[in-house]
Design a protein around this ligand. Structure first.
Ligand code: SAM
Length: 434
């Protein structure tokens, strides 16, 4: 009997760019925790596991000529497209390996400063998940950063039977993945019309959105042989076995004080000695976010006061007032929030005045002793709102040469994204398709 393919290979996964996986962004998450993390001004190595068509890692390479970037993916077509795109864009500091991760982990001899795994963990077999952890245990440098994206409870719990529905369509073996997705969508439509999801309004809304999603993205999302949803505490425990400590989310809102990022009716549940796992569970319950993007540091140690000061003082932010036109009201996963904290308003004012602000100057403008607490919260909230973006230091920008040509290529291919040298990231001109 032939085993079914564990992962969809007959459709190409669409190309997406993830600002929150970019080196400077991840380094900023660490620095706001008072951790130095990898030095991005010196040669460093970044690896993307399950890189798809390489779009994200190629743009990361174009924006960060100091680094060398590696993409690994099992799908030959994805890797051929990635190599062709890197060639078309003239990006040379990136390389690709068409490998099953399980084999790559055994053969790789490079030590990486940053690793990123997006859109893979929840869709692969437990053995591949173990390889992801083995990769970071063996090949991530001490103090290196690892960003792991996965589907989480309870926001995605209700998707488990939906995945089963689509998977059983695929197992009938009638036609390719596209045909299985179409049959699955038809079944979902019928169930919606019959009222089967009326008691789960959030799920109903999510399912209604499926028909507008890219069919090839759905094939990868819904037809893989494996689909797992996780509790953050379990992932953090597994990661700890690989020498990793959870240092926060790549989405800064979730790194703010629980008083901000938890609904107020959860506040009485918090105690001074509440464990981090308990607090993360409350965050996932309060926001019902479908997935998490967690940042870990290898062999992390609590920073001393000097490291903390240096990490924070190294941060400079650029201001973008257009990102939150209703400021001081900003959109959050818990709904609109009006921020009245003095530190927040002070940071906004400083940033608006000059178009950029160094954390060091902001800290000096706050009452003594409040910069590390309220000041950091304010910076996280403003990063979340898009009002601030981390600034790429001049030294690291020097070699960025081809962005105009890449932007022209993106425009010609109707990609709604423009690259920004000043923050080593991209700016979306419209929402990504998925
Ligand atoms: C949903 S796509 C995500 C692509 C990209 N990281 C993103 O988030 O846009 C998952 C990718 O993981 C790759 N993949 C699945 N199993 C793999 C394995 N065992 N080894 C290497 N890559 C694998 C697939 O080929 C696919 O490109």
């Amino acid at each position: 009997m032939q085993a079914p393919a564990a992962y969809v290979t007959d459709r190409v996964y669409p190309s997406y760019f993830y600002p929150e996986s970019q080196p400077l962004w991840l380094s900023t998450v660490a620095r706001l925790r008072g951790l130095r993390g990898p030095d991005l001004d010196r040669a460093y190595r970044y690896c993307e596991l399950g890189c798809g068509t390489g779009f994200n890692v190629i743009l990361a390479a174009a924006l960060n000529p100091v680094g060398h970037f590696t993409g690994v993916d099992i799908n030959r077509e994805h890797i051929e497209l990635a190599r062709a795109l890197a060639r078309d864009m003239g990006v040379r500091n990136v390389e690709f390996h068409c490998r099953d991760l399980q084999g790559f982990v055994q053969d790789n001899t490079v030590a990486f400063d940053i690793a990123n795994c997006h859109g893979m963990w929840s869709w692969v077999a437990p053995g591949v998940q173990r390889s992801i952890l083995e990769f970071v245990a063996r090949h991530l440098k001490p103090k290196g950063l690892f960003c792991l994206h996965y589907m989480c409870h309870p926001g995605s719990t209700a998707m488990i039977p939906v995945h089963q529905l689509f998977r059983s369509m695929a197992r009938q073996g009638k036609g390719d993945s596209r045909a299985a997705v179409a049959r699955g969508l038809e079944a979902v439509e019928r169930l919606l019309a019959a009222g089967y999801y009326d008691d789960q309004p959030r799920l109903r809304e999510r399912l209604q959105g499926l028909k507008r999603a890219d069919a090839d993205a759905l094939a990868h999302e819904l037809l893989a042989e494996f689909f797992s949803v996780h509790h953050a505490g379990d992932i953090h425990w597994l990661a700890a076995q690989a020498g990793l400590s959870f240092i926060g989310s790549s989405e800064p809102f979730y790194n703010t004080d629980p008083a901000l990022c938890l609904p107020s009716d959860m506040h009485p549940l918090l105690e001074s000695d509440s464990s981090p796992a308990f607090v993360e569970t409350l965050k996932d319950m309060g926001s019902r976010r479908p997935h998490r993007s967690d940042v870990f540091q290898k062999n992390a140690a609590l920073p001393d006061a000097r490291e903390r000061r240096e990490a924070l003082d190294s941060l400079v932010f650029l201001y973008d007032g257009a990102a939150a036109p209703d400021f001081p009201a900003i959109a959050t996963p818990l709904g609109p929030m009006t921020v009245s904290d003095e530190a927040f308003l002070r940071l906004a004012e400083l940033a608006r005045t000059d178009g950029r602000v160094a954390f060091r100057d902001f800290a000096a403008a706050l009452p003594a002793g409040t910069a590390d607490g309220r000041g950091v919260q304010a910076a996280r909230m403003m990063l979340h709102a898009g009002l601030l973006r981390p600034e790429q230091p001049e030294a690291s920008r020097a070699g960025v040469q081809r962005l105009a040509a890449i932007d022209r290529l993106l425009a010609a291919r109707n990609v709604g994204l423009r690259l920004r040298r000043d923050c080593a990231s991209g700016q979306f001109l419209r929402t990504q398709a998925w």
